[in-house]
Design a protein around this ligand. Structure first.
Ligand code: ATP
Length: 256
């Protein structure tokens, strides 16, 4: 995101953030920074607070304690609409509107901001090439697309306005292994080309390591470890880290 002065501020920052839902403490004193231009994978068991964390960064939720900062400034409710224009958000299953074609879904925000049809189509076609979506799929409704194609469109929608940052919540969650593998390549290529701040939530440690140099592992609303895959493997901060890493099955040759 925008830099001010000599020091590049963190694109996003959580400063002593607690988030409660009733009696449940979903985030417990989280301190984390996401420097501008870096890619981070957030992993952790189900219910550890990963999605809540992303929603706080987007102003879709507010902390009960602590502060969320964007570009070094505390996020204010009045800034959320503008923030949503500057940050692409991609969720599992895509969240596409079923009554609009792929192109219609992609066009929603740019149309609202006054882009003409030609410019919208040109941008959509450019992104279709990037996301390896056949151009004719742009005219189809979500129900006429495969799961992988819907995810590609969701990713394209997140990139449509050339955002300053991209937040992805299990973008490859519900896909078969071959499509997932292909899309991991597409995502990695896009992140490299994009060169901006990316935070991606996944359950899969191999996917996390493929997409990001930095992995933040969460459990029960707290950050357990923040490092690279090698740190998690060789220097686990906690026995839970080893359990989490070892719980991810790898295929081995059958024993003779
Ligand atoms: N709107 C809500 N109302 C009540 N409880 C919620 C709400 N959103 C999340 N929670 C609870 O907060 C905790 C953290 O949820 P969150 O979705 O952030 O976890 P997660 O790590 O993203 O989980 P998953 O990997 O299963 O998506 C969970 O126990 C969840 O049930």
């Amino acid at each position: 995101m925008a830099m001010t002065g000599n020091a590049a501020p963190e694109a996003f920052e959580l400063d002593g953030v607690c988030k409660r839902y009733g009696n449940l403490l979903a985030l417990d004193q989280v301190n984390l920074g996401f420097p501008a231009g870096t890619t981070t994978a957030l992993i952790g068991s189900s219910g550890s607070g990963k999605s809540s964390l992303l929603r706080l960064l987007l102003g879709l939720e507010w902390p009960d304690q602590g502060r969320v900062k964007v570009d070094g400034r505390v996020l204010q409710p009045g800034e959320v609409l503008e923030l949503r224009r500057r940050v692409g958000y991609v969720i599992q299953e895509g969240g596409l509107f079923p009554h609009l074609t792929a192109l219609g879904n992609l066009a929603l925000l740019p149309h609202h901001l006054g882009w003409n049809k030609g410019r919208i189509r040109e941008r959509a076609e450019e992104l279709a090439t990037l996301a390896h979506l056949p151009a004719n799929a742009l005219e189809r409704y979500p129900a006429e697309l495969s799961g992988g194609q819907r995810q590609r469109v969701a990713l394209m929608r997140g990139l449509m306005m050339n955002p300053d940052a991209l937040l992805l919540d299990e973008p490859l969650g519900a896909l078969d292994p071959i499509v997932r593998h292909e899309l991991q390549d597409v995502l990695k290529q896009i992140f490299l080309q994009f060169g901006k701040t990316v935070i991606v939530v996944t359950h899969d440690i191999a996917e996390a390591a493929w997409l990001a140099d930095r992995i933040v592992l969460m459990r029960h609303g707290k950050v357990v470890q923040d490092g690279c895959l090698e740190d998690l493997r060789q220097r686990p901060a906690d026995p839970f880290v080893t359990r989490f890493v070892e719980a991810q099955r790898t295929l081995r040759e059958p024993q003779a």
